[in-house]
Design a protein around this ligand. Sequence first.
Ligand SMILES: CC(C)(COP(=O)(O)OP(=O)(O)OC[C@H]1O[C@@H](n2cnc3c(N)ncnc32)[C@H](O)[C@@H]1OP(=O)(O)O)[C@@H](O)C(=O)NCCC(=O)NCCS
Length: 253
Amino acid sequence: MTQDDDAPSPVRKQHEQMLKLVSKGFFNELTKYGVNHAEVLTVAGHLLDNVLQGTQQTGPDPELYNRLFTVKDVRDEWSATKQLSLQQVSLVPFDLRWTSNLMDWLKVPAARDSFYPQFPEKEAELRKYVTSAGRDYFCILHEGEPSGIIGAENIDAHSARLEMRKLVGNPSTRGKGIGKRATFLFLFHTFLIRKFYKVFLHSLDINIRNLNLNSRFGFALEGVFFEEALIQGRRQDVVRMSLTNPVWTGLFS
Ligand SMILES: CC(C)(COP(=O)(O)OP(=O)(O)OC[C@H]1O[C@@H](n2cnc3c(N)ncnc32)[C@H](O)[C@@H]1OP(=O)(O)O)[C@@H](O)C(=O)NCCC(=O)NCCS
């Protein structure tokens, strides 16, 4: 066995970095609720108790989503009807008739506050925002019904890179696989249709679901901006992750 055989895989390393960030988010939450440093040690002890009592199953090892789908599974009707689909999820260019859905989704503080920077609150500004030059938003359809939005910001055609933002609007539809299918379709569009080189994103460090989702597409951590965002009067760290075309193509072709 060589030294390389013993080295943790890139996915494992990535996951370990994620666990560190998640722990930091959890620590921040504890201190927010008035738990002092000595009590944090008590909480750590209780977490260990749960492991020892077997009340908490450990999750499966992180796996990339290329076990679930690859580019061959995408129904690419982009040139004919501007639609990409994967199972029950489709992406179509955002139409302003869906602005009221978007307004409703963003009224939920947990959704609105998960974006950095936030979407405009007023309808007229939001309409301008999602259709302005330098941005390109799609509506996520689930079984034909609008379920969310995913799009590109800070589109830099010269360097062929853009920023991704996404929202599965109705909280009751979250956790059903819509976000990961929409993300895959967005990456398909960016890397294979638009032929861009790099996608990056910003996530608040406590947004565990989003961190998990992104790392299973091959996104790597680029950095943490400490106390970057002010959300409901509290400063929060912002994580930046990125994925390049060769990495994604290598994983999902
Ligand atoms: C982040 C978001 C887009 C994910 O969409 P979704 O449809 O809920 O996600 P999926 O069902 O496809 O699940 C994706 C992964 O999230 C993770 N996840 C799902 N439910 C979770 C939960 N309750 N807690 C923690 N992680 C969870 C899992 O890793 C899951 O993958 P797996 O099923 O392979 O383990 C959605 O939750 C959302 O819109 N959140 C608010 C807005 C936001 O945070 N946007 C990102 C800013 S760029």
